[in-house]
Ligand binder design. Structure first.
Ligand code: FAD
Length: 465
């Protein structure tokens, strides 16, 4: 017999949304159960953010080892042991996923392995290979995440890879075609080009990295060119055919049909929310566009004791968004007044240079009817950037015209992923450009670029005229 097990809050999916929600709910006194059909840590820890950054770091090391002549560092016979790269990456993943398990247990969250689906708005069935177990819950948080989109005539297989496949290769290929120049495609293009792979990106739109402004993507394109990455824009990928030892990709660009042969083709054209086979129709949860679940500002669905967070709800599909929404949902369940506010949520692309944005940029501010001023300071005028030989880039601050309130920032350049944190904090706490300018920044650091950009906003920069 299947005797239902009772719990207060059940979380479905243990990615950065689900496991964070589970821990916060437990901290707030709930009896929590988390159900995961795959590996703890979800996409982010196992096949997303973390392994991709480990690979990128290894690729930088390899590239730098070969290209540090400007510093007077001369190296001969640099070689790559790709199985060691994989070993490093897998080790990082294992450490983190093991850490998540420890954290869940430490917070007395019950971990259940299996696939969950809703029976009704208070019962969930969890299927393991042989059994099924019903859980009766007061509240549920859905955090089932997303998976890569497959396009027609590019069936994922041995030579047609999704991002997961591209992170698990046994060696750096000679040639790779990447369909889709979004942030995942561009990061993996960077990594493999650094490893010595000849990379071609086929992008359907007019430009790669849509969502970041031109002055930023331009810097990435410049570095792509240097690395030998070829970009074909307005290219429609038509089919992939496996050959004896590779793949032939057919695409159309400028009205012409073309073919390229490569060892692999990686398809990164977007991700699809996992909202189909979890019984949402049993509970009558209201859906939005593209399979996303509709939620309010407390991450609550149309069914009042069921919440949804992360890649399955509208907004940017990013790990820190999932975690943030997870905390809000757990707090809402505990009766707190928490609600989401995305203004200070950053988005980062880990290319070379890194691109980071938070709050409004000039375009979105205009669309929102805000009167703003943009103030920009270049890396090339910063001592630390010069001494790092990393002079490509800028910090741009977006301030409200009437009072100088900081409402956005864009950073392109070395360390942008960290620099953006200070600017996010400044926005979150309601600082003006003057507050940032008055903050003493250590010298020589890249952080000074933000301070100087704030000085530009005030009209009194020291290091440019
Ligand atoms: P997921 O991480 O997708 O986790 C969902 C979990 O739910 C999975 O473990 C799944 O097995 C489980 N599940 C699904 N259905 C069921 C079910 N019915 N029963 C039980 N369990 C179920 N984001 C960033 O912020 N920064 C980055 O640098 C970054 N890099 C990325 C690189 C790559 C290559 C990829 C693919 C993604 C990257 N992302 C990055 C995006 C990030 O990984 C996702 O936004 C994030 O993982 C979403 O978290 P989530 O909790 O919503 O879902």
């Amino acid at each position: 017999g299947d005797f239902p097990i009772e719990t207060d809050t059940i979380v479905i999916g243990a990615g950065p949304g689900g496991y964070v929600a589970a821990i916060r709910a437990a901290q707030l006194g709930q009896k929590v159960t988390i159900v995961e059909k795959g590996d703890l840590g979800g996409v982010c820890l196992n096949v997303g953010c973390i392994p991709s950054k480990a690979m990128l770091q290894a690729s930088h090391k390899f590239h730098e080892a070969q290209h540090s002549e400007d510093f007077g560092v001369v190296t001969n016979d640099v070689s790559l042991d790709f199985s060691k790269v994989q070993e490093f990456k897998n080790g990082v993943v294992k450490k983190l996923t093991g850490g998540v398990e420890g954290l869940l247990k430490g917070n007395k969250v019950e971990i259940v392995k299996g696939e969950a689906f809703f029976v009704d708005e208070n019962n969930l069935k969890v299927m393991t290979e042989k059994q099924s177990q019903t859980y009766t819950f007061k509240n549920a948080i859905i955090a089932t995440g997303s998976r890569p989109i497959e396009i027609p005539n590019f069936k994922f297989g041995e030579r047609v890879l999704d991002s997961t496949g591209a992170l698990a290769l046994k060696e750096a290929p000679k040639k790779m075609v990447i369909v889709g120049g979004g942030y995942i495609g561009s990061e993996l293009a960077t990594a493999y080009a650094n490893f010595g792979t000849e990379v071609t990106i086929l992008e359907g739109a007019k430009d790669i990295l849509g969502g970041f402004e031109k002055s930023m993507t331009q810097l990435v394109k410049k570095s792509f060119k240097k690395k030998g990455i070829e970009i074909v824009t307005e290219a429609m990928a038509q089919k992939a055919e496996e050959t004896d030892n590779g793949v032939k990709v057919t695409y159309e660009a400028k009205g012409e049909t073309k073919e390229i042969e490569a060892d692999y083709v990686l398809v990164t054209v977007g991700r699809k929310p996992n909202t189909e086979e979890i019984g949402l129709e049993q509970v009558g949860i209201e859906m939005g566009e593209r399979g996303l679940i509709k939620v309010d500002e407390q991450s609550r669905t149309s069914v009042k004791n069921i919440y949804a967070i992360g890649d399955i709800v509208p907004g940017l599909p990013l790990a820190h968004k999932a975690s943030y929404e997870g905390k809000v949902a757990a707090e809402a369940i505990a009766g707190e007044k928490s609600a989401v506010d995305y203004l200070a949520m950053p988005a980062v692309c880990f290319t070379e240079p890194e691109l980071a944005t938070v709050g409004y940029d000039e375009g979105s501010a205009k669309d929102a009817g805000l009167e703003v001023k943009a103030a920009k300071f270049p890396y090339a005028a910063n001592g630390r950037a010069l001494s790092m030989n990393a002079t490509d880039g800028f910090v741009k601050l977006i301030t409200r015209k009437e009072d100088g309130l900081l409402v956005g920032a864009q950073v392109a350049g070395a360390g942008a992923s960290d620099i953006i944190a200070e600017l996010g904090l400044a926005i979150e706490t309601g600082m003006t450009a003057e507050d940032v300018a008055l903050t003493i920044h250590a010298h020589p650091t890249l952080g000074e670029i933000s301070m100087e950009a704030a000085e530009v906003a005030l009209g009194t920069p020291i290091h440019i005229v």
